[in-house]
Design a protein around this ligand. Structure first.
Ligand SMILES: *[C@@H]1O[C@H](CO)[C@@H](O)[C@H](O)[C@H]1NC(C)=O
Ligand SMILES: *[C@@H]1O[C@H](CO)[C@@H](O)[C@H](O)[C@H]1NC(C)=O
Ligand SMILES: *[C@@H]1O[C@H](CO)[C@@H](O)[C@H](O)[C@H]1NC(C)=O
Ligand SMILES: CC(=O)N[C@H]1CO[C@H](CO)[C@@H](O)[C@@H]1O
Length: 394
């Protein structure tokens, strides 16, 4: 009898635990806020990595040109990882430069991702429009990336077949509460990585950029609703939704709405190279109300953040020397940091603020344009599913 109870109890426990941290890990180490209630993401976009030492830099001064190669991109990455000590590194596409330059794109990827791999920090990658231009398809590339050390990248989520999802490299990452926090088993920050494709294959669109397909939007919506349900249910049910962030290489058409310097933090120095069709992904995000920022790359010399309908649309700026840039305008990366709120019991609660800034590969390794992207903006309440009259309220 006792044994049966014990077995029943264990089964119950296991199924409870499993149902609280479901998709996140797949047997891998889950992402988690640190003991200071912070989680920091380093976004590295458009490395355009070629053959290492032999791949010359684009758009650097004539004096620098002979001494500048892909290895400068590598050095920049090492430098940034050392100074920022991120909790996650996101490579947001055009990680390597195909263009028939390299006949061994796996080698390019190994070199490109090496600083992340060596750091031991979890990292992920999605693809841009140039990645598949050598000897691997987008599918083969993602299948290769997921085998590299310390990556949490996925070719596609396990439920992708349900949505007949388009592309390769669509997945969700969940960042759970810190050790010792009652929200240990809850995802407090949800990341969505999406494959924005390369060029549309439809008739009538010659060399136009691809867009986020309906299948991907359906997957996003379902995943987001499911995460909201998890967030709001017992134990420690939360009232609102946890904030979400999207990483997507090709910017959505809404990025092009911002032209005036006064409407942005950072700069626009080129046209937004967006898809010719608005597939409605932004509308979907507004409807869900969960995502606070969309982080793109693609347009190397734009690095602004601007807000539309409560959603921040942010460029990373180009990090790679082998891709185009602008002479005298430093290569750069974007950092996003989420901070949890301290609740009444002195323990970590939900995400309180999300900030961002950029790191430049200039002499000073400058940190610029720090801004608050989002704030929970409500007073902290315990909401741990119980009340305790013996604890002083303030
Ligand atoms: C690239 O790296 C070399 C070697 O460290 C250095 O001399 C050069 O100034 C760097 N170039 C740029 C543009 O950062
Ligand atoms: C680098 O820092 C020094 C000392 O703070 C400052 O004088 C200089 O203007 C900075 N240079 C750049 C490019 O920011
Ligand atoms: C959540 O909602 C319940 C019921 O409306 C309320 O009692 C509680 O104070 C709310 N908690 C927070 C953190 O807003
Ligand atoms: C009610 C409240 O807390 N409002 C704050 C929301 O966040 C902005 C930016 O931090 C503050 O300026 C408001 O005072």
């Amino acid at each position: 009898m006792e044994k049966t109870l014990l077995v029943l109890f264990s089964v119950l426990c296991v199924s409870l635990i499993c149902s609280f941290s479901p998709v996140s890990a797949y047997g891998r180490r889950p992402l988690r806020f640190n003991l200071d209630g912070r989680f920091k993401i380093l976004q590295v976009s458009d490395m355009h990595y070629g053959n290492g030492k032999e791949s010359q830099c684009a758009d650097v001064s004539a004096e620098e040109r002979p001494y500048c190669s892909d290895l400068n991109t590598t050095a920049f990455l090492h430098r940034t990882i050392a100074s920022e000590k991120p909790d996650l590194i996101v490579f947001s596409g055009d990680n390597v430069y195909g263009l028939c330059e390299t006949s061994n794109v796996a080698k390019s990827m190994n070199m490109a991702f090496a600083p992340a791999i060596e750091s031991g920090i979890p990292w992920v990658a999605i693809l841009g429009n140039h990645d598949q231009e050598s000897d691997m398809t987008r599918e083969t590339m993602m299948k290769y990336i997921v085998t590299l050390p310390n990556t949490l990248s996925q070719v596609n989520p396990p439920d992708a077949w349900l949505y007949k999802i388009d592309g390769f490299g669509n997945y969700n990452l969940q960042v759970e509460g810190p050790f010792g926090s009652p929200l240990f088993f809850k995802s407090l920050l949800n990341l969505y990585l999406l494959d924005g494709g390369d060029y549309t294959k439809l008739d009538g669109f010659v060399y136009k950029y691809d867009w986020v397909k309906t299948s991907q939007q359906n997957w996003y919506e379902h995943t987001s609703k499911w995460l909201e349900m998890e967030y709001k249910r017992w134990p420690f049910p939360q009232n609102s939704t946890a904030p979400g962030l999207v990483y997507l290489h090709i910017p959505m058409p809404e990025f092009s709405k911002f032209q005036k310097p006064t409407e942005m933090t950072g700069v626009r120095q080129e046209t937004t190279c967006d898809p010719p069709v608005n597939s409605g992904f932004f509308t979907k995000l507004v409807e869900r109300g969960e995502v606070k920022g969309v982080f793109s790359g693609h347009d190397h010399i734009n690095d602004f953040c601007a807000q539309l309908n409560g959603i921040n649309l942010c460029y990373a700026g180009g990090a790679g020397y082998h891709g185009y840039g602008k002479v005298g305008w430093a290569r750069r990366v974007r950092v996003v940091e989420a901070q949890l709120e301290k609740t009444m019991y002195g323990r970590w609660g939900a995400v309180d603020t999300i900030k961002t800034w950029k790191r430049l590969d200039d002499k000073n390794h400058s940190l610029i344009d720090t801004q608050l992207l989002w704030s929970k903006n409500t007073t902290a309440q315990p909401n741990f599913g119980f009340t305790c009259s013996t604890i002083k309220q303030h």
